[in-house]
Each structure stands twice: as C-alpha cells, then as structure tokens.
Design a protein around this ligand. Structure first.
Ligand code: GLU
Length: 470
C-alpha cells in the first residue's frame, strides 16, 4: 500500500466539494456541514499483564451534531490517528444522512494492534476508553453512540455497555449507549452480518440495472459475476458469503497474509475453515497462492470488493485495476485521485457512503429496540400468523384445495426480529440506490457525487428548517 499524498480527511473533503458544486446551498452553511464539530484526544495508562505500564492513545471525533446522538464505530488499529478518526466521522455523517438514519456522524479509535494484547488487557483498554469518553460527555444514549468497527466486535461493545451502566446507574435507556452488543445485552438479531448483507443488497441492486451493466460490458444480474474480496473480517467475510449465496463466483480472496485465486470459484466457508486450521488462507487446496495481498485488487474480475481499510486503491495502482466495478465495502478504500482515474477508465465505483451503510442502518434498529425495550416482532408475530392462517383457510375453502401443513405454516408464519431487521435493511438499501442512481443521472455525475449531493441536501434541510442557534 502506498501512502497517499493527501490526508484522508482532505480526500473526504474533496469528495464533498465536488458534490457541493452541484448544490445551491449557502457557502457558509456548506462550510459548517463540512467542519468537524469536536474531537477529543486522550491518553491513559494500561497496566500490562507483566506489570509494565504503557501509554495508550484514544480518540473520539463527533463530526456533526446536527442530529443527536452522533453515531459511529470504534476502531482498534495501529493506523489510528486524529486525521483518520475525523475523516471516518465525516463519512458517518454523510452515510447516515444518505440512508435517512437520524444520527450525526462520529468515530472513535484506539491506536493499538489488538493481536499484541491479551483478552484481559483488551478489556482494561476498552473499559478505560469508555470511562474517558464518559467523563467528557462523549458517550450516552442521546449523546454519542459507538459501535464496532475495524478491530472491535460484540465483546468490546459488551464491556462498553457494562462500564457505562456502572458509571450511570438507574438510567432506563442505558443499553442504547452503544450498538453491536451481544443479543443477551440488548443487541439485535442480524447486526453482526448487517454490513456484509448490506454490501450484498447494494451490489445486487447495481447489477440489476441492465442498461448500466451493458455499458460496462457485463450481463445483468449477480449470477456468475466474478468477484474478488479483499479482507475477510466481519464485513468482507459476510459480504463474500452473501455474494456467493446470491450466485456470484468468488474468484479470489485476500487477507493480511496474502491472496488465493481460483477462476472456478472459492467456497468462503471452506477458506475460513482452512484459515482457522492453518492460520493462513494460503495453501488452500486447488487455489493459486499470491503472497502479496494488494495484488488481488488487480486481478481480472468483474467486481472487486475492498473490505478492509482506507487508501487501498491509489493513483499508483488505479491504472492496473481490471475489474469493471469497484464496490467499496470498507470506508474510504479508494483515494480521490484514484477515483478520478477509475472513472476516466469507465469503471463503476459503488461508493462506501451507500454500500457499507448496512452496519449503521441495523445499529439504528438496535438503538430503537433499546429505547422501546421490546424485541421486534414480539407483539405481532403470533397475531400475523393467526390472521394469515384465517385468510388461507378461506382460500382453501373457496378453491377446495388443501395445502400440506408444513407449507401452510411456512406461508402463514409471522415476522420475527431477524425477518424485520433484514427487511428494513433491504428496503433501505434498495431505496437509497434508486435515489443515488436517479441523482447521478439528473446531475450527470458519478454515484459517489450523487450520494454526497443527497447527504448534503438532507443535512442542509435540517439546518435550514431549524435555523442556526445564535
Ligand atoms: N463502524 C460501522 C461503520 O463504519 C458502523 C457504525 C455504527 O453502527 O454506528 O459504518
């Protein structure tokens, strides 16, 4: 990976400016929308298991408080710094505005390589990080609500909610102080897979449009599309799995240790099992091993899905990308310069703002669940089932035909939590794609600019209707 010459937050601002030029909002208002409202950098000591003391750096950026709470993940990675956190927080603002999730954008990070710490050390880091946020009013159900991101998951979210509840006792809504929690602590079904599932819905929608596919020299539909996925973390793994189930062929998969390629297709479950057994995806049976994972991005395929970190496709490797579609499952995987090169080469970029929004969409559902204190579907599932059965009874009586009991109960079944979450996610992704595609056509711009235009319009509307606090 080559280091981009332009800082990440500057890249996001370039995207913003390019889109803002297609709007008619007051330049001062645009500057306010773009500005990061607050950022908190702190250090704290970690007592390591061997008794030594290490200074840990943590950040939380709240990019936009035009809607509250602010929302965004917490990342554990050696790359974390103030610029990265601010850029990612800005992307959260635009992402939420794009998909009509009523939050401002935020992001947090701890500069650590999590593989160098024991479980007990990670727990101490997470709890202390939460304490630091709490003491500066940077976390709370109506203030700022973290979630998992690169290098964190449900376990860290469990420690966060526990620490928060201890610091703020007797708050009836405290479960909503963080999302991505285990189900037993107020998490929602489908959150773990949400970003990957959203990536699948997004790519499926893109591939559905026959005219757009024809313009790229591809057949319509996901079936048979040759896909490369870079990164098999939570997002990459689930995206690969849903794409495979949806009929795509995974021709290459890449992880830290390298990449594997098989033009006939790789089974992602088997690859993950191989990695668990051997510690690496390399050496997977019947696949060609490629030691440099970055090379996977340049393989011949229809769709390349960078699903790891930012700045993966830069001006350096953009001319060598052979995919027809670059699907941004990660945040900021394509630099602004690279984006221009790819677009000039006629490659379709499906932007991160849209494509990886599934995580925060389902986080929103989890937060609603926490505020309402009831599982989705709990009140209606049986009722729905019973009324469907009544209708089916009438239809059977009228037609004189009887259905098998299993078929009957499958058709009649009411929606449970997972069904509702997945349906809400699918609906949001389908609508968002239709909207950005329409904006792209209207303004004759790429999908990323279209996504930014919609976000900027939505945020500006909030300010315009509400006015600026004196
Ligand atoms: N970290 C995820 C993202 O970048 C999810 C954020 C959230 O759910 O708040 O979108």
């Amino acid at each position: 990976m080559s280091v981009p010459s332009v800082p990440f937050s500057e890249q996001v601002n370039r995207y913003f400016d390019r889109a803002a030029a297609h709007t008619r909002h007051d330049p001062g208002l645009l500057a306010q929308i773009k500005a990061c409202n607050s950022v908190y950098h702190f250090t704290f000591p970690l007592k390591r298991d061997d008794g030594s003391i290490e200074v840990i750096h943590g950040w939380r950026a709240e990019h936009s408080t035009h809607k509250l709470p602010t929302k965004g993940g917490i990342r554990f990675a050696p790359s974390v710094d103030e610029d990265e956190v601010k850029a990612l927080a800005a992307l959260m603002t635009y992402k939420c505005a794009l998909v009509d999730v009523p939050f401002g954008g935020a992001k947090g990070g701890v500069r650590i390589d999590r593989t160098r710490y024991s479980q007990a050390e990670l727990e101490r880091i997470t709890r202390r990080y939460t304490f630091e946020l709490f003491s500066k009013n940077f976390i709370g159900t109506g203030i700022d609500v973290p979630a998992p991101d690169y290098g964190t998951g449900a376990q860290e979210m469990a420690w966060i909610v526990d620490t928060y509840a201890a610091l703020a006792p007797n708050q009836i809504d405290s479960a909503g102080c963080v999302t991505g929690k285990p189900i037993s602590l107020g998490g929602v079904r489908g959150r773990t897979e949400a970003t990957g599932r959203g990536v699948y819905f997004g790519i499926r929608e893109v591939c559905k449009v026959a005219d757009d596919m024809r313009a790229l020299g591809l057949a319509p539909g996901l079936e048979g599309k040759r896909v490369v996925v870079q990164g098999l973390g939570n997002v990459g793994y689930h995206a690969a799995k849903f794409l495979q189930d949806g009929g795509a062929v995974l021709v290459a998969l890449a992880e830290r240790e390298g990449a594997i390629e098989n033009p006939r297709g790789l089974d992602v479950e088997q690859v993950m099992a191989h990695r668990r057994e051997t510690g690496s995806i390399l050496g997977f049976p019947e696949a060609r091993s490629i030691p440099n994972p970055a090379a996977a991005l340049e393989l011949d395929c229809d769709i390349v899905v960078p699903a790891a970190l930012e700045n993966q496709i830069t001006a350096e490797n953009a001319p060598r990308i052979r995919a027809r579609i670059v699907a941004e499952a990660a945040n900021g995987p394509v630099t602004a310069d690279a984006s221009e090169i790819l677009l000039k080469r006629g490659i379709l970029i499906v932007p991160d703002l849209f494509l990886n929004a599934g995580g925060v969409i389902v986080s929103y559902f989890e937060w609603i669940k926490n505020l309402s204190h009831v599982r989705f579907g709990r009140m209606g599932k049986r009722f729905e089932e019973a009324s469907n059965l009544r209708i089916l009874e009438v239809v059977q009586d009228l037609t004189g035909r009887r259905l098998e009991p299993e078929v009957l109960s499958r058709i009649a079944s009411g929606a449970g939590e997972a069904d509702l979450v997945n349906s809400g996610l699918e609906d949001t992704m389908v609508l968002a794609y239709a909207e950005i595609r329409e904006i792209a056509r209207r303004h004759d711009v790429d999908l990323r600019s279209a996504a930014f235009i919609r976000s900027i319009d939505n945020i500006a509307l909030t300010y315009e209707q509400r006015g600026i606090f004196p």
